[in-house]
Design a protein around this ligand. Structure first.
Ligand SMILES: N=CN[C@@H](CCC(=O)O)C(=O)O
Length: 273
């Protein structure tokens, strides 16, 4: 697969990079043939994020997005295979089950170490080479850059967390990934909506936030995990007939306005002395 078929980089000049690691649905045919079902393999995608954040390049943000499904390889996981949350339920670099614990592969079809290494070379490394190059380019130009890692998830996923997720879940690797001033600015933009928000709750930031967030080197990273009911219907029961639901432009409008304010707050922080 040619890189341009799946790796999308919109290059702009402002000191803000938006990473979209989980909206992809591409699964190569040889992998798909070994999966339990096409639907299950795409169930945990961050649906419609490219539509939700379509305004970002208009703000001057550089956007890096993979079209490849996280089921093939998850670019938000440590490439060495170390768990994001040791001892807790989570999905891995080449996940073998869904958020709900359903097996993704037919019996004896899980990827072995050689296949994981090949997927890493094909899809993980190019994504990160692009992300690193864009961050380097913008740090060289501005000195200080915000990396905003964009996610969404169902508001209820009992294997991963109790109860219902707030609308905005900000992750900064418990404060290590960015200056506290950026965290406060993003929190303020979320809180101005009156909608629910938590910082470093269940979602503290994945590998992208943890790896690139190095304030001392000019990269301030923040992860935004949205409860997806802010822009789409979330059915009580997920089946191939009910999920995913379509993107809803009207429903998404207030959330988009809030997210534009969040990204503007990121830019104001990056442009500050
Ligand atoms: N929708 C995706 N969520 C992220 C969250 C990472 C974290 O735990 O903060 C993921 O699975 O990579």
């Amino acid at each position: 697969m040619n890189q341009t078929d799946w790796l999308h980089v919109t290059r702009r000049e402002a000191p803000l990079v938006v990473s979209i690691p989980h909206a992809g649905t591409i699964i190569p045919a040889d992998i798909e043939a070994r999966l339990v079902s096409r639907w299950l393999a795409r169930k945990d995608a961050d649906w419609w994020l490219e539509q939700l954040y379509a305004f970002a390049d208009g703000l001057g943000a550089t956007v890096v997005r993979t079209g490849v499904s996280r089921t093939v390889i998850d670019v938000n996981r440590d490439p060495s295979g170390v768990s994001l949350y040791p001892g807790q339920a989570t999905t891995g670099l080449c996940p073998v089950d869904t958020f709900d614990g359903e097996p993704l592969y037919r019996p004896s079809q899980d990827p072995d170490a050689a296949e994981i290494a090949a997927r890493r070379a094909s899809f993980f490394d190019p994504y990160h080479a692009s992300l690193q190059a864009e961050l380097d380019r913008l740090v060289a130009r501005h000195g200080k850059v915000v990396l905003y890692d964009a996610h969404s998830i169902r508001s209820r996923a009992p294997r991963l967390f109790d109860g219902e997720l707030p609308q905005f879940n900000i992750g900064t690797n418990s404060g290590a990934a960015c200056d506290p001033g950026l965290t406060r600015a993003v929190e303020a933009a979320c809180d101005a909506t009156g909608l629910s928000r938590v910082t470093n709750g269940r979602f503290k930031g994945g590998w992208i936030t943890r790896h690139y967030g190095q304030p001392e080197r000019g990269v301030h990273a923040v992860q935004m995990e949205l409860a997806c009911h802010g822009y789409i219907d979330e059915p009580a029961e997920l089946t191939p007939d009910t999920w995913p639901t379509p993107f809803q432009v009207t429903r998404a409008a207030p959330l988009r306005t809030a997210l534009a304010d969040v990204l503007k707050a990121c830019l104001a922080f990056a442009n500050s002395a």
